[in-house]
Design a protein. Structure first.
Length: 265
C-alpha cells in the first residue's frame, strides 16, 4: 500500500491512498490541475481512481471536487451530513448525477480491494469523519480536523501501518498570533483542530511496533511551522507514558504546496 500527501494545510488538503489495484483520494481541497499534477508524480491517471472519500464539506477539503468530478466521474463517498454540505456549496457547480454515495460512520464499505471504515471526528462541520483504509496486508488512516480525541478515536486508529495525523497549531503561536479572538477560540475548541501537543499525545496512544510511518498534516500557515510540529510531537512521544522514543518511528511533515515523499508500506 502507498500513502502520499498531495497537499495538506489550511489552504487545501488532498491525500492519496492506494495499491496496485485500487487508487483512492481522501479530499479534493485543491484545484483539479494540482490534483492531476500530484497523481502524475504517483504514476496514476485521474480515470484510474476508484473513489474519492470526503471527510467534511469545508472548502479546504472540497474546493476541486466539482471540476474534478465533472471531468473524471469518480464515485464520491461521504456521510449524509457531508453530502448535504457538498450539495449546498454553490462554488462547486453542478455535481454529476449518481456520483455521491452516502456512507455511515462505523460501517465498513468496500471500494476495489480496499475496506474502508469512516469514523466520527469532532469538528464544526455537518457530519465530519476520518477514514481507516485497509487491504489484505496493510492499514492506514487519515485523521485530521479533530478538536479533541477520546477512546473511540484511539480504537479506530489502533494497529495501523501508516497514518496522516493532524498537528495543526502551536498553542502559544495561536494565542499571540493575528487571528481574532473568536477564531482562536474556535481553533482551540473541542470542534476545532489538534495542537502539536495533542497530536503527540494521541500518537502515544496508538504507537505499536508495526506502525511504519506518521505523516503530520493540516498545519496552520499562521500558527505553526514544520520544525516546531515535528519536534513537539517527537518530544511528546519521548516523554509520554509509552515505551517509545521520538526517533523510534519515521515522522514526516506534509507540505502545503508540494507533494510529499511517497510512503510504501
Amino acid at each position: 500500500m502507498r500513502l502520499c500527501s498531495i497537499a495538506s494545510g489550511s489552504s487545501g488538503n488532498c491525500i492519496y491512498v492506494g495499491d496496485d489495484n485500487t487508487h483512492l483520494l481522501v479530499d479534493t481541497g485543491i484545484s483539479k490541475k494540482r490534483i492531476e499534477e500530484g497523481l502524475h508524480i504517483l504514476g496514476v491517471k485521474g480515470e484510474e481512481l476508484k473513489g474519492i472519500l470526503i471527510t467534511h464539506e469545508h472548502i479546504d477539503h472540497i474546493q476541486g471536487l466539482g471540476v474534478f468530478s465533472r471531468k473524471y466521474e469518480i464515485p464520491i463517498y461521504a456521510t449524509k451530513g457531508t453530502i448535504a454540505g457538498i450539495r449546498g456549496c454553490s462554488s462547486l457547480g453542478k455535481m454529476p448525477d449518481g456520483l455521491l454515495h452516502e456512507v455511515n460512520v462505523d460501517e465498513v464499505f468496500s471500494v476495489g480491494d480496499m475496506n474502508i471504515c469512516p469514523f466520527s471526528i469532532s469538528h464544526d462541520a455537518k457530519e465530519p469523519s476520518g477514514y481507516r483504509i485497509e487491504n489484505e496486508n496493510k492499514a492506514v488512516a487519515v485523521a485530521t480536523d479533530l478538536g479533541k480525541y477520546d477512546d473511540y478515536t484511539v480504537k479506530h486508529l489502533q494497529n495501523l501501518d501508516g497514518i496522516v495525523l493532524e498537528a495543526n497549531h502551536d498553542i502559544h503561536m495561536l494565542e499571540v498570533g493575528p487571528y481574532p479572538y473568536p477564531l482562536k477560540k474556535r481553533v482551540m475548541g473541542d470542534k476545532g483542530h489538534l495542537s502539536n501537543e495533542l497530536s503527540g499525545r494521541l500518537l502515544c496512544d496508538i504507537l505499536h511496533d508495526n506502525l511504519q510511518y506518521v505523516i503530520l498534516g493540516h498545519l496552520s500557515k499562521e500558527n505553526n511551522y514544520e520544525e516546531l510540529a515535528y519536534e513537539t510531537v517527537k518530544l511528546e512521544v519521548s516523554y509520554g507514558n509509552n515505551p517509545y522514543k521520538g526517533d523510534d518511528i519515521p515522522i514526516m511533515v506534509a507540505k502545503r504546496d508540494t507533494v510529499s515523499d511517497i510512503i510504501t508500506l
